[in-house]
Each structure stands twice: as C-alpha cells, then as structure tokens.
Design a protein around this ligand. Structure first.
Ligand SMILES: *Cc1c(COP(=O)(O)O)cnc(C)c1O
Length: 372
C-alpha cells in the first residue's frame, strides 16, 4: 500500500541524529521546559521570522491560549474559515467565544477576504485565517481590515510551516501564528506539540504564564492557566528535524510538480491540481486535488493499494458538535463544493518519483472506471 505519509521512512533517514538527541535528553535528566525547549523556541522563531516563539503542548492549545492571551471569551465572536480541521473552531468554543464562519475562495480554498467584512460585528474580537493544506491564505488582505476593525489576527499555520507569502514566512504576519507539531505535519514530533509565534513580547510572556499554570514565580499563580508544556524529548527531536525542513518542503514541492506534469501528460484535465496564487509558496502539507466521482475514485484507488484521504468531508458549520453555533448560518457554496470533490493524495518528503507515477497510473485507471 502506498501510504499518505511514511513516518518510518523519515525516521530511518535521520535515525542517527535522532537517537543521539534522544539519548542526550535522557542523560541530561531534565524533561519538561528545559534547554532543548528554549533552543527550539529560538530556532523556530528565527526560521519563521518572528521575535518570539513559545512552545506549548499542541496546535490546538496554541490557538486557544492565543485567544485567552488576547482576552477573548464569552460574548465575543471570532471569525474563521468554513473549511479547516476541526481544531480551528474547537479552540474558539473552548474559550467560550462564538465561532462565525466565512466561505473560502476557490483557488487555494482559504478564507475569502471579500467575505470577511460582512461577518464582522461589534462583538468580533479576532479572526483566525488558516493556511489550509500548506498554501498561504491572503493574510496580507485580511490585515488592513483587521486593523481597521480592531481585530486580532491569529494565523493557523498548523499545516503550513515554511510556506511563504511575498517571501515572508507564514506565522509572521498576524498578531500570532500557531504551529502544530503533530507527527504527520511538515515538522512533526514523536507525539503532540505546538507553538505560538509572535513579535509582541507581552503576548509571548502571557502565553508563557498560561502554559504553566499562570505562574512566573514558582507557586505564585497570577492567572488561571493550564498545563500546556512541551517536553524536552519532543523539543530535541524537533530541533533535529528543523534542520531538514527546508529540504523536505522542497521535496514535497518537487513531488507536487511531478504529479501535475504526469496528469498533464496523460490528459487528465478533469483533475484540478493545487495552484499557487501570486506571491505564494505552498508547503504542500497535503496534495489535494479536485476531481469528478471522488468517492468512486477513492474506492478504486484503495483497491489498487493507493491511500488517499478526504480533507475534509464536511464544512465546519456542518459538524454536529458545532450545531449550537451554526443554526441558520450559511450557505457556504465554495467550501461545500470542495467537500464533495476534494481528495488528498500521498505526499511526503520520502515519496519517490516511481511511487508518484504509480499513483497517477492508478488514478488514470480508476478515472476510466477500469475494473481492478
Ligand atoms: C493539526 C491542526 C490543528 C491542531 O493541531 P494539534 O497539534 O493536532 O492540536 C489545528 N489546525 C489545523 C488547520 C490543523 O491541521
């Protein structure tokens, strides 16, 4: 079976470096918020182009702690995209705020800045645009509106570390950028992890308190925080992987180009491949195409030993758990259309040209409805 991602292949490729880093932590005897975490924060901030970075326990926590750091809570509204992983909306509800959804644009499938203004009310405190699949959203167009309306901008970069917009890395545009180090993300730990990027020293400080029970001084708790700390093992592993991230993202990009070229050669123009908008450099966390008869093609691919995934089969406002906030909202025609025909194909740095050709052949076969 050709997998969607191959984490074992990645480990094998860098096993010596990883094993050494793990061993050093074990011998160091410090396991939570130690020197590895501090070094990782410095290195990721430098990579992403922000002054500060604060490591937390997950991407979901990065989002919810950012909202809390901005004082967003009950009675406040937060605008976000109708198409994302559930955690984006869940973080808003987790702080007691009300999620308000906007439709997406039809090229990169990100929050449509043209839809944003009509969603802003006197209660709106923040907007969470998502760089979905690894393609930068139009945060440059969202920022002026946010400034005019006094909204905080929280970039959800969980799928997009390394992606750039006009040469600048995502996560460095808004008030904060939120990263996830979930194992399958472009920079993945061997467990959960996340990070908040910011240029604002006060915000960084508040996140540092919140992640550690609201405490700066041991046993003095100035805020009600939580336990959302990153551990030293994950930080040490992530520091090793960060050194490979640029090369890995370049490999993902090359794979995306090969897919597109092969589809073209085979005349498969019913397949819409990801396109980069002007000024954008895609991180290809996912290689999501759109195609007719998606469900049937997906079944045919499985028979031909090719993994694929629908990201996402429902828009956020159609998620059962969000029903209380979504009665009568919408419609979201662009996002809804994407849920019906989008399919993510295998893309990961260790994927080979031969495997890509196999996937493309399987799709050509499946498209024609050829019996497996
Ligand atoms: C993965 C992801 C998150 C959540 O990150 P976790 O580390 O899994 O909590 C949030 N938003 C998006 C868009 C994601 O893909």
């Amino acid at each position: 079976m050709i997998p969607l991602v191959d984490l074992r292949a990645q480990y094998r490729a860098i096993q010596r470096e990883i094993d050494q880093a793990i061993s050093a932590v074990l011998h160091g005897g410090q396991f939570v918020l130690g020197p590895e975490v501090a070094a990782l924060e410095t290195e990721v901030a430098a990579y992403c182009g922000t002054r500060y970075a604060v490591a937390v326990a997950s991407g979901t926590d990065a989002l919810s702690l950012s909202l809390r750091a901005f004082g967003v809570g009950p009675g406040d509204e937060v605008v976000t995209t109708a198409l994302s992983f559930f955690a984006t909306a869940e973080a808003i509800v987790a702080v007691g705020a009300t999620p308000v959804f906007a439709d997406i644009e039809a090229v990169a499938y990100n929050l449509d800045p043209g839809q944003l203004e009509s969603k802003v009310t006197s209660k709106t405190k923040a907007v969470i645009p998502v760089h979905l699949y690894g393609h930068p959203c139009a945060v440059d167009r969202i920022l002026p509106l946010a400034t005019r309306c006094g909204l905080r901008v929280i970039e959800d970069c969980a799928q997009a570390i390394g992606a750039t917009l006009y040469g600048k890395r995502v996560g460095s545009f808004g008030d904060v950028g939120c990263l996830s180090f979930y194992p399958t993300k472009n920079l993945g730990a061997f467990g959960d992890g996340g990070m908040v990027l910011t240029n604002d020293g006060d915000v960084a400080e508040r996140i540092r308190w919140l992640r550690n029970h609201g405490s700066r001084e041991k046993y003095v708790h100035e805020l009600l925080g939580t336990n959302s700390r990153l551990d030293e093992l994950q930080a040490a592993i992530l520091r090793v992987k960060l050194r490979h991230l640029e090369a890995w993202n370049a490999a993902r990009r090359a794979h995306a180009q090969r897919y597109a070229a092969r589809f073209r050669e085979r005349g498969l123009d019913m397949i819409t491949v990801p396109r980069e908008l002007p000024g954008c450099r895609h991180a290809y966390h996912l290689f999501s195409v759109r195609l007719p008869h998606r469900d049937r093609v997906q079944q045919e691919l499985a028979k031909r030993q090719v993994s694929s995934q629908v990201c996402y089969p429902r828009i956020l406002p159609a998620q059962p758990a969000l029903r209380p906030w979504c009665v009568g909202v919408g419609p979201f025609p662009v996002a809804e259309a994407v849920t019906r025909d989008v399919l993510s194909l295998p893309v990961y740095p260790e994927l080979t040209p031969d495997l890509i050709d196999e996937v493309v052949a399987a799709i050509a076969d499946a498209q024609q409805g050829g019996g497996a």
